[in-house]
Design a protein around this ligand. Structure first.
Ligand code: KE4
Length: 431
């Protein structure tokens, strides 16, 4: 399959001279799976091609942003039409109003929104609003959840922090870290204990309503409801970080799927159709704390960028009820195919899936927390990653990430992926 990866290797050597680690985001460096990272030359639909011309069925999908697949014609047309009118004005435009109206129509709890350029900005700003609104300092988050790289979130985080086994980040002051409480995901009792100890200090609880950054870990029954009750009972702000799950698992995100309404919601990835767009929004009395309406300052040169807004609007307008039915049908086919392939080859795996986001753990189940996710035999993941990559399937280069299907994936891709996985599972067993 692989026509070699010499161009990627050469590009990585060049990149490493001028970019930290040869990458612009740590997980892309393939440290969790070894070897040198791929350099991607182009993508179309469900596929990407590396710089050596090797084709892969893509399950990274730009970390979940590309629900329509690569180079979606509608998104491309919208972005290029917008760009021809100018790329940025630093002033308001009609298209950002239309995207804001679309977001508010899809996510019931979001009555007002502010666009930013990354999920990190969204979660950082949402916390600032919560602290201003409650006049309290502390944040409660969950082990294994990742909310971007703002200082308050870099303790016991998932995604790249878990990949590099970093319980905390250098450069975060003890004062900042001291205001962040972490408890295990899906542990209602631990959350209750945190409130019993610190409810008068807790400004906000932030949670991935479906965890995607320790691998996929769905909420146990009652977990989100418990967080809602604890926050309502103590005047803390409930923040759903739906940067991954927003518009992914349903039109209204995980909050619609599970019927639990947060006070603030952070969104990203799909909302920009592959362009740098994120947002935070929610209750009017909280959002009106933000400048210029209120005392919480937050700003951004490229916030609401018209090209990115046009791409995001096209992405959201391209989603309908049937989109989620299609994604569920194909994702179920893939999930069962992978589980059957592992079982046929005598490899113990737990496959967690919600809609079109899924991940494999190399251990018995259930996997309901970061501690249980870490029980996965991670030594097997690199072998499985390279075994499938060499057969034309591109999975996330870390076990602490989600895989995603797009609306461009078809049964042909799923069949090919299951065949490649079965061969890779067999290699795990036979060495
Ligand atoms: P960004 O700042 O990377 O746009 O978003 C931060 C973020 C916030 N919340 C959640 C739930 C997220 O998953 C993320 C970012 N996701 C990772 C992948 N799991 C981005 C990939 C990367 O770090 O390169």
């Amino acid at each position: 399959m692989a026509a070699g990866r010499s161009r990627s290797d050469a590009l990585y050597r060049r990149a490493s001279k001028v970019m930290v680690g040869g990458v612009n985001s740590p997980v892309r460096a393939f440290k969790a799976v070894g070897g040198t990272p791929l350099f991607i030359a182009r993508g179309r639909g469900p596929a990407v091609w590396d710089s050596d011309g090797n084709r892969y069925t893509d399950y990274v999908c730009s970390w979940g942003a590309l629900i329509h697949g690569h180079a979606d014609p509608r998104v491309l047309a919208a972005a290029s039409q917008a760009a021809r009118k100018g790329t940025s004005f630093g002033a308001s435009t009609e298209v950002e109003v239309r995207l804001a109206e679309k977001v508010c129509s899809l996510v019931r709890s979001v009555r007002k929104v502010r666009f930013v350029n990354s999920g990190t900005e969204a979660t950082m700003s949402a916390l600032r609003v919560a602290r201003a609104y409650t006049k309290r300092p502390a944040l409660l988050k969950f082990d294994g959840c990742y909310h971007g790289h703002a200082d308050p979130y870099l303790t016991q985080a998932g995604s790249g922090m878990a990949t590099f086994d970093l319980p905390a980040s250098a450069g975060v002051t003890p004062g900042t870290a001291g205001d962040t409480l972490t408890v295990p995901y899906n542990d209602e009792g631990a959350a209750e204990d945190a409130f019993r100890r610190d409810s008068d200090r807790i400004a906000a609880v932030i949670v991935e309503p479906i965890a995607g950054n320790m691998g996929v870990v769905p909420p146990e029954r009652g977990f989100l409801e418990k967080l809602r009750k604890l926050c309502s009972g103590s005047g803390s702000v409930l923040i759903f970080d739906e940067v991954i799950t927003g518009f992914r698992v349903s039109a209204g995100g995980a909050q619609q799927l599970y019927g639990v309404e947060p006070d603030l919601t952070c969104m990203g990835k799909i909302i920009g159709g592959g362009f740098p767009v994120a947002a935070y929004g929610g209750r009017i009395e909280m959002m009106d704390m933000v400048s210029p309406e209120g005392p919480v300052y937050q700003a951004g040169t490229l916030s609401g960028n018209p090209v990115a807004m046009a791409a995001g609007l096209a992405a959201l307008e391209g989603l309908s009820g049937t989109s989620y039915k299609k994604l569920e049908k194909l994702s179920r086919l893939l999930g069962s195919g992978l589980a059957e392939a592992a079982s046929a080859e005598g490899v113990e795996v737990t496959l967690n899936r919600v809609g079109s986001m899924f991940s494999l753990f190399f251990c018995g189940g259930p996997v309901r927390s970061f501690a249980e996710a870490k029980k996965s035999k991670h030594g097997l993941y690199p072998k499985f990653f390279w075994g499938t990559l060499g057969r034309g399937v591109y999975l996330p280069p870390s076990p602490f990430e989600s895989s995603f299907l797009s609306l461009a994936h078809r049964e042909g891709e799923v069949d090919g992926t299951v065949r490649a996985a079965r061969a890779a599972f067999r290699e795990l067993r036979t060495g």
